[in-house]
Design a protein around this ligand. Structure first.
Ligand code: WTA
Length: 647
């Protein structure tokens, strides 16, 4: 079916950073003709270099690519100091608390607070360049101060999303060998205080011997446990710090941060990002894709614990010198108009969120946007999962009043910033389509043999040239880096980056993301490895075998569906609750399953491989079309189908 095309708003295009498809192609052709020259031009224009680089792209140790080698810079300078001459009084961070209080933090205040925190880390805790700092923080400005303070002194932060359990936190602390954990007593959600620090206590009681200190921001002053000698009160210590902490000149390739994410096998991987390449692309994509202008108020609703929060709450907007909104609460409290009220109150110009949030807001308050003045909005964005036509249409018409482009941005923790997305002033949009790669990004849809797919033929979404903001490594595991990202697809004898996603391009080159083709599932935009979930379920004594698949879900996009085979002689009436409790404690509440069904066996090939495709079809309630005659026991499929239907 021919999809309706939504052309950019001509009024908007007039002043857009990339105002037309001609301008897009002009840039992309420049990159095609002279790839390094293209990136050199932007690196020179955008980055405040402290010392020049000597090579744009060093491919000598591929796939361990290096960008802008020998260059020196500092990300906190790029995000703060260099703006002070003309933006000292401009709001850098606009914070709104769960209970509605608003704090506007100017670039000058941000500078003072980041400098103080950098001094605190350096002088009180001996944190040095290269040390790892784990953040387990709520959505409060101190999270951003801590990130920027780390970059100022060259420490490497690793943020662990506040929804992860103590066991998941402990694993990440240990893998990174962090010296300090920065956390808060708690924060507010839905009008009530909640606690966070206890999770850190529990994580450190289970291990994490590398941690010498815990720095606690007092947010809600609830009663918390205190370990003398280990725990330190941020609010008390910060006042005595000087607000002058010279920034460390960092090498372009020095690690900037780690962020753990799930893969198709084993434990979560510590995705390692670099300094220069990352910040360059964070800034450029904020300028191109959100088209931020001097007086804009930019709101990305993600949590700082995910890559979207890193790149589009903190680093991108601040490097671009804009005002970034940080919100502690949830968009449905006190009612489904909260987000729209915030847009109205703060005159928000760009609003960037996940399809799950759009579906929730649509479901809870279809007409709610009508009650607010949303005329300040210029660009709407989505990220993290495919957006369905109903949600897209509602977002476009009710929220954007049919005048704002929706940028459906496809990217990953590993890519650092946007990869495939419409440009709001240029791209004619087909709903549900991520459209085209950004200028400078070379994507191809390939087969496992590295052969390009024809139009309308789905294939593997690959990025065939290294790009500045790509991950550099998996922390402590270079072999896994090579295997996980460059081990599956080669083109003309050269390994290329494979994203794990399937995609299809139509005859006009519009790219639609089909979803993961590996064993990763995406629940409300959160990535989870089925292997990781299976490993936890196997800890249950009654479980002999387990297989985890994703199942379509109206709101969450996908939900977790678990098949278990019990050990002989084991009956456990409460097994479902038990497994979900285990998942909550080992990973976090986001890993709880919607469906857990007990089956007599799993469909396996004669060599013992579980046929997940069959299990996926059953979870979706689809008819089995694949050939099951080669299974060890074909009759098992019928039995599983019957059990699933009854459950
Ligand atoms: C999925 C989030 C469809 C995809 C920035 C990818 C998307 C994974 C989109 C990365 C989109 C992200 N349309 N699917 N616009 N954006 N995805 O690392 O499967 O948390 O591989 O990064 O989310 O998730 P991650």
């Amino acid at each position: 079916m021919q999809k309706h095309i939504y052309n950019p708003n001509p009024e908007f295009s007039k002043n857009a950073a990339i105002p037309s498809m001609e301008a897009y192609w002009e840039l992309q052709n420049r990159a095609l003709e002279d790839y390094e020259g293209f990136w050199q031009g932007f690196a020179d224009e955008k980055i405040d270099w402290l010392a020049p680089y000597d090579t744009v792209l060093d491919e000598s140790d591929a796939p361990f690519y290096k960008w802008f080698t020998k260059g020196k810079l500092n990300v906190s300078n790029q995000c703060i100091d260099r703006h002070l001459s003309d933006k000292a009084d401009k709001t850098a961070i606009l914070f709104e608390g769960d209970r509605g209080e608003v704090e506007k933090i100017s670039y000058l205040q941000l500078s003072q607070r980041v400098n103080k925190m950098a001094n605190l880390l350096k002088n009180e805790f001996g944190i040095e360049k290269g040390d790892r700092v784990v953040l387990y923080m709520p959505m409060i400005p101190e999270a951003a101060y801590a990130m920027l303070a780390c970059t100022r002194i060259g420490a490497v932060h690793s943020i662990v999303f506040g929804g992860f359990s103590s066991a998941a936190l402990k694993d990440r602390i240990e893998d990174a060998q962090a010296k300090i954990v920065i956390t808060a007593d708690g924060a507010y959600r839905k009008g009530k205080p909640y606690l966070l620090k206890g999770v850190v206590d529990e994580a450190l009681s289970r291990g994490g011997e590398c941690v010498e200190a815990v720095l606690v921001v007092k947010r809600n002053n609830e009663e918390i446990e205190w370990v003398e000698g280990r725990d330190h009160n941020y609010n008390a210590l910060i006042t005595a710090q000087s607000d002058d902490c010279p920034f460390e000149p960092m090498d372009s390739e020095d690690p900037l941060f780690l962020l753990y994410t799930s893969g198709s096998t084993g434990k979560p991987k510590g995705v390692q990002h670099s300094t220069a390449g990352y910040i360059l692309w964070a800034q450029m994509t904020t300028e191109w894709v959100f088209d931020v202008k001097e007086d804009d108020i930019f709101w990305c609703t993600a949590d700082v614990g995910w890559i979207t929060g890193h790149t589009y709450i903190v680093y991108g907007p601040l490097a671009a010198g804009t005002t970034t909104v940080m919100f502690e609460g949830v968009p449905t409290y006190p009612d489904a108009g909260r987000a729209w009220k915030m847009v109205q109150d703060h005159k928000i110009t760009q609003f960037y969120t996940a399809p799950t949030a759009i579906r929730v807001l649509h479901k809870m308050g279809k007409d709610e946007p009508e009650n607010y003045d949303l005329s300040s909005l210029k660009v709407l964005g989505t990220v993290g999962e495919p957006i369905d036509p109903t949600a897209w249409q509602w977002y476009y018409e009710k929220v954007g009043h049919s005048k704002c482009a929706i940028v459906d941005t496809w990217w990953q923790t590993e890519t650092g910033g946007h990869i495939i997305t419409p440009l709001p002033g240029a791209t004619p949009i087909k709903p549900g389509c991520a459209t085209f790669p950004l200028p400078g990004i070379m994507t191809e849809i390939l087969s496992y043999e590295g052969v390009p797919k024809e139009a309308d033929e789905p294939g593997l979404l690959c990025i065939t040239k290294p790009w500045p903001s790509m991950l550099r490594n998996i922390w402590g595991d270079p072999e896994r880096y090579k295997k996980a990202y460059f081990g599956d697809v080669s083109k003309e004898g050269r390994p290329v980056y494979f994203s794990g996603d399937g995609a299809v391009a139509d005859k006009e080159g519009y790219i639609t993301i089909v979803g993961r083709v590996d064993d990763v599932i995406n629940v409300s935009g959160h990535r989870m490895g089925t292997a990781e979930i299976e490993a936890v379920v196997k800890e249950d004594d009654a479980v002999a075998e387990v297989a985890v698949v994703g199942c379509p879900h109206e709101i969450k996009g996908e939900s977790i569906f678990i098949y278990i085979v019990l050990k002989e002689g084991h009956i456990n009436k409460d097994i479902k609750n038990h497994i979900n409790a285990l998942l909550a404690s080992e990973i976090g509440n986001i890993a709880k399953a919607d469906h857990i069904i007990e089956v007599p066996g799993l469909p396996k090939t004669r060599s013992g491989k579980i046929m997940r495709r069959i299990l996926r079809s059953i979870a979706k309630g689809e008819a089995i079309t694949q050939d099951i005659s080669t299974l060890e026991d074909p009759s098992i499929v019928k039995e599983i189908e019957t059990t699933a239907r009854e459950a």
